[in-house]
Design a protein around this ligand. Sequence first.
Ligand SMILES: Nc1nc2c(c(=O)[nH]1)N[C@H]1C(S)=C(S)[C@@H](COP(=O)(O)O)O[C@H]1N2
Ligand SMILES: [Mo]
Length: 305
Amino acid sequence: MPSEITPREVWRERRRFVQTGVAALAAAALPGPAGAGHGGRRLAFRPAPGPFRTDEPPTPFKHVAGYNNFYEFGTDKYSPAERAASLRTEPWSVTVEGACEKPGTYTLEDILRPHPLEERIYRLRCVEGWSMVIPWVGFPLADLLRRFAPTSQAKYVEFTTLYDPEQMPGQRRRVLDWPYVEGLRMDEAMHPLTILAVGLYGEVLPNQNGAPLRLVVPWKYGFKSIKSIVRIRFTERQPLTSWMKASPREYGFYANVNPTVDHPRWSQARERRIGEFFKRKTLMFNGYAEQVAHLYRGMNLRQHF
Ligand SMILES: Nc1nc2c(c(=O)[nH]1)N[C@H]1C(S)=C(S)[C@@H](COP(=O)(O)O)O[C@H]1N2
Ligand SMILES: [Mo]
């Protein structure tokens, strides 16, 4: 890892003047010593380690960036890596709407400027029964949402992915009702575990992982972690998400990882960590129960699956 090969003094020096997300991304195309060396665009500095890191070994980069779900580029796991080069991530902007005092269209630079980046090593568990451990680079979603001054009407946040079949050829087929939409309850969105990611493995986010900006909610099934976000809307009512629209019986709004509530067509009790042979037990809330169980106290999680 770069922190091991970079002399401490140099590293500390660099962090002093390259602190925020926008600075890290702005320098991303320059050759620099801080990359993890997977061939992607390197971040300009090594992000500070954030809280809630798992000590499980990260899934190899080739799987993290080679085995993906991103239906905008096809429904099989290898198409996103093969086809996502057609996504143009610059320039990028995010429109903020709904119950807040500062709606508007913000450039990616506006979005990132005030936020120092951190590395968060999180488990990601797909509803299909596989999982990975991913060293994300990002910042807490709560810090961004606060800047838009949500009003008391804001009970939920809805996120939308880019819709552009020219860049996202998978959108020419109606496998989902495009664009992809996801949502969180406000307290879930403001939880310190919830982040927006702009990188992984010390590099700028590969397109297939949801560049330039994607949500990561580690205690929920992977489909909640929406990629390539262009719109954030504060709402009073629970958003209607793409997967709920597609199959309400199979995919609920909460989608908390829960080994005791099966998908109608398969068990959720176990999972296969990509790169491993034997299955392992799936943990309640994907192992983050201590941090998030209180959000759901008193709720029937069979009903609110
Ligand atoms: N826009 C969009 N976001 C998406 C998806 C998608 O198809 N489109 N797939 C989801 C699913 S099912 C999973 S498991 C994760 C996969 O993230 P990864 O490819 O970075 O591991 O992205 C989620 N976010
Ligand atoms: Mo998934």
